[in-house]
Design a protein around this ligand. Structure first.
Ligand SMILES: *[C@@H]1O[C@H](CO)[C@@H](O)[C@H](O)[C@H]1NC(C)=O
Ligand SMILES: *[C@@H]1O[C@H](CO)[C@@H](O)[C@H](O)[C@H]1NC(C)=O
Ligand SMILES: *[C@@H]1O[C@H](CO)[C@@H](O)[C@H](O)[C@H]1NC(C)=O
Length: 346
């Protein structure tokens, strides 16, 4: 049950992050549990884009942001805002859990309510939206709130009676004037701290793989180990993009090292493979130009780039050895230089 709901929240989180409009997002993934489990009653995981940056739970009652010295001044502000926001969230989610339990007449067992709440920011640092979405017992979509800087969209869900106009207006003001500014401010603070992680650019390694299957071949474009997750990659047939409907795969997945991978495949007959020319092409934030890969020349290219990297390394080693030798020779050759060498060494 608990494993299932954790899986569910991760799944829906990636769907939303994937569809996001903003350049960066900050999301709190909160879980409230009624009933006996080994977990705290309330837990929050804070995510900046796809990187975990903080934790809060009802046992420690404090917001811990990952990777910061506790004496840091920034940490105080973050901890204070986090403590306030997650404390408020704890009260509201708890209240709703008990209302739901009562309303749905759930007298026994474990009840799990999950909430995804967060905001997105544009490239220029302006807020883009704030949203809160609830799920009850991993299957019922509950209340959703979405504020896009001009309008509040409110979906009461089917589980509990909705709110009146006054409560909605109160909520719009709370979102606009309190939670959104805190969310954006927190995002900027953490973004500054985590920029080496979140703003890193890792180019994809591109491959075109040919595999024999019954009736012909399966051609797969594979982009591996890139970050951020947005990528455009497709298979070209004689220089023209193959229609997405013909391709299988196409889901961006984690590559296990904090980066991402993507595979798109196409089935072709043996004659077709002989007659036509297939290539892979990808564009990614980390690349100035498109990365193209054709399957005939592919192997050579990999060799060339690996070889040149090896050559550069060899050259560096040789130059370094020459440098050391020359320095040693000079040092033994001249008394004055010996002194300077010793000074340099200390
Ligand atoms: C709630 O559950 C109890 C026990 O299962 C049952 O007796 C009662 O009629 C139920 N009430 C409603 C409103 O469904
Ligand atoms: C927000 O949503 C409303 C209603 O859906 C729409 O009319 C408005 O243009 C949107 N505003 C922005 C800034 O996207
Ligand atoms: C992918 O293509 C779209 C539409 O052509 C473009 O707007 C976007 O910037 C591209 N993304 C990358 C990462 O190249």
């Amino acid at each position: 049950m608990c494993k299932l709901s954790v899986f569910f929240i991760v799944l829906s989180f990636y769907t939303i992050v994937n569809a996001g409009l903003g350049s960066h997002s900050l999301w709190a993934l909160a879980t409230h549990i009624i009933g006996e489990t080994p977990f705290p009653e309330f837990t929050v995981v804070l995510m900046l884009d796809d990187v975990q940056v903080g934790l809060y739970d009802s046992n420690m009652k404090a917001f811990i942001s990952s990777g910061l010295n506790p004496t840091d001044k920034i940490h105080d502000d973050l901890a204070q805002d986090g403590g306030y926001v997650f404390g408020t969230m704890y009260q509201s989610i708890k209240e709703r859990s008990f209302q739901l339990k009562h309303h749905l007449n759930l007298t026994r067992g474990v009840q799990v309510q999950q909430r995804m709440a967060g905001c997105e920011m544009l490239d220029n640092g302006e807020p883009a939206m704030i949203m809160s979405k609830n799920t009850f017992n991993a299957i019922h979509t509950d209340r959703t709130l979405y504020y896009n800087m001009t309008h509040l969209t409110y979906d009461a869900g089917k589980l509990l009676p909705g709110w009146d106009a006054m409560r909605k207006e109160y909520l719009r003001i709370l979102f606009e004037k309190v939670f959104l500014p805190i969310c954006i401010k927190t995002m900027k603070t953490i973004l500054k701290r985590e920029k080496n992680v979140v703003m890193r650019k890792v180019p994809p390694r591109l491959r075109l793989i040919k595999k024999e299957v019954s009736g012909g071949f399966q051609l797969s474009c594979l982009a591996f180990g890139f970050y951020p997750r947005h990528i455009n990659m497709t298979l070209l047939r004689d220089g023209q993009p193959v229609a997405e409907q013909e391709l299988t795969g196409g889901e961006v997945l984690p590559s296990g090292d904090g980066n991402y991978q993507l595979r798109k495949s196409l089935e072709v007959s043996t004659e077709e493979l002989k007659k036509r020319h297939y290539t892979c092409t990808a564009s990614h934030l980390s690349l100035d130009n498109k990365l193209d890969f054709s399957w005939e020349s592919g192997a050579e290219r990999v060799h060339l780039s690996t070889l040149s990297a090896l050559l550069v390394m060899l050259l560096v080693v040789i130059l370094f050895s020459i440098f050391i030798c020359v320095k040693r020779w000079r040092c033994t050759a001249s008394q004055a230089l010996v002194t300077s060498c010793q000074h340099g060494g200390h």
